[in-house]
Design a protein around this ligand. Sequence first.
Ligand code: ZN
Ligand code: ZN
Length: 418
Amino acid sequence: MDDAICGICGVLGEVYLGDGNEKNCCSRKEILYSKNDAVDSSHPLSLEDLLERIKHHWVERTTFTRSSEPFSVNAFCLPPIIPPELRGETVVNTEFEKKTLSVNKGKNSVEGDPALLHIQIRDFNVDMQSLEKLSLQELRNLCEQCDIPVTSNKSQQCLRGNLQQLYATLLLGNCPCHGFTQVPGKTDGFYHLVCRHGVTVASKFLTLQESVRDAADLYLSLKYPPPIFICDTPCGFVRHLDCRDKIIASKLWGNNSGCFEVPSMEKLPEEGVNVPDIVPAEFRPVSVDVEVEGTADKWVHPITGSSRRYILGDRFHSTTNPHKSALCNFHDINLCLQANALKTSYQEAENNRKNKKRLQSACVQGFGTHFLYNFLMDFYQNEIIIHKQLLNLKKGLPEGFQVKRDRYRRFVYEAIQQ
Ligand SMILES: [Zn+2]
Ligand SMILES: [Zn+2]
């Protein structure tokens, strides 16, 4: 799998784009939705083991007339598809949390604005674990801050319940700016991270409905989360991570929510912000030295030399399906002077998405077939792109040089030793 890592990004991709594809789903047979004690969100099954099990089952089925036991996997311990070199120390799949966090589904059942509750937690240190300590008046104030209707007949318990429900939508990863859809009775397809060159970097198989939690799972499972992550729900992604892991989130963006500045309801986002770090290395006037590995903490990205991350919205979604809160505008990539350097990425990502749709497999497949089919499909698609990169590089190859991968798996010219 490591051979199909993008030769330009290597393991240090600077810009990744996230997109879910709920249409690429399969039937739920072969998937168990019960949680046993062995399931641990920070230790899903290893990808290699899972592929081995699927293969074993196939060989058994084709060799013998019947197999010893029907194939099944637990929905909550499925590994994300990430090549070994790109994987971080811990790979996470928190799919199960989606199930345990219950949010009343019916219409208008969750009152209030999660964006406002997020501000309270982030800037005013509201501790959701100790709501019991708040007086009725304090609870009322907090509810008002979060746009939860406060009527005089609402009890303390009721107000706490409203706040907890609103908080659950943040943890669950629901985002009011983007409706997530699911084909009834099926799995919810895949969530993919793609680099600017169209290579699929990481994928997560969704057993339950998509949420920003999926993007966050993949993001946190990478060895080097990219300095710039572009998705259709940057607002929900940041809010979710701020609540899910405050310590990591504060390292990645402090209190500016992955934007270029601290988002605020009181002002409009500043335009023309200068952020040289977002220009991809190949477009920079001077080449960038890569920080030596092991010198800094694991959140520092070797190319930018900083742990600062940006979470930005894609243009397509922003114009056709506007966001719900004024705060969302702060995630707009066009606010930055260097936005043009990232222009081509959109088209490539779009193309990539279309390709995936074209190749989508039927909904009647069981999990095993579906998972392996998609794994191979993405792998071969990546291989084609990398083959083209190599051909291009070899065209300009100076005499006495060859193309090699460096320690970060990026293609470089290297003198042939005589
Ligand atoms: Zn790439
Ligand atoms: Zn939004």
